[in-house]
Design a protein around this ligand. Sequence first.
Ligand code: SF4
Length: 158
Amino acid sequence: MNEQETQLKTRHNFGDFLYWNLIVSVPFITACMAIAKDSILWLVIYIIICILLVMVIYKFYCTHCPHYIQSAKNTKCMFFWGVPKFFKEKSGPLSLLEKTVALFIPLVLVLLPIFYLLLQPGLLVIYFLSVIVLCTTLRRYECKRCIYFQCPVNCAEK
Ligand code: SF4
């Protein structure tokens, strides 16, 4: 692994934000397509639940993140760009509840559209492959140089 891949990344830029949102958009759009084929109402409900769960992560997990804390009024990081800091920033380690939110909610987000994806095996395969690409790329290129040391999956050398 070259130096650029292991050096701590103290700031994200707009290119990071675009890249990671494109990567996330593949499983998300795949899930939306699977649900929309069956029910537009459930598609709307799915999107609303996703937004609410992301806000829960934003409140309990992101508020400890240096990228959240160092942003002025709006968060600027690899996943959010210009999103207002609705919640008070918190320094110090995550509580057990916050750690649980950080690990459990992403799992819920991944499993949420499974019922509709099982009805369309082709989309199910694309969905799981894109989720695997998302997780492995995150691990390989971000977790190893992330400055959010309190994060339960951080694996950067301190
Ligand atoms: S980098 Fe990750 S943990 Fe930090 S504010 Fe952005 S989404 Fe939240």
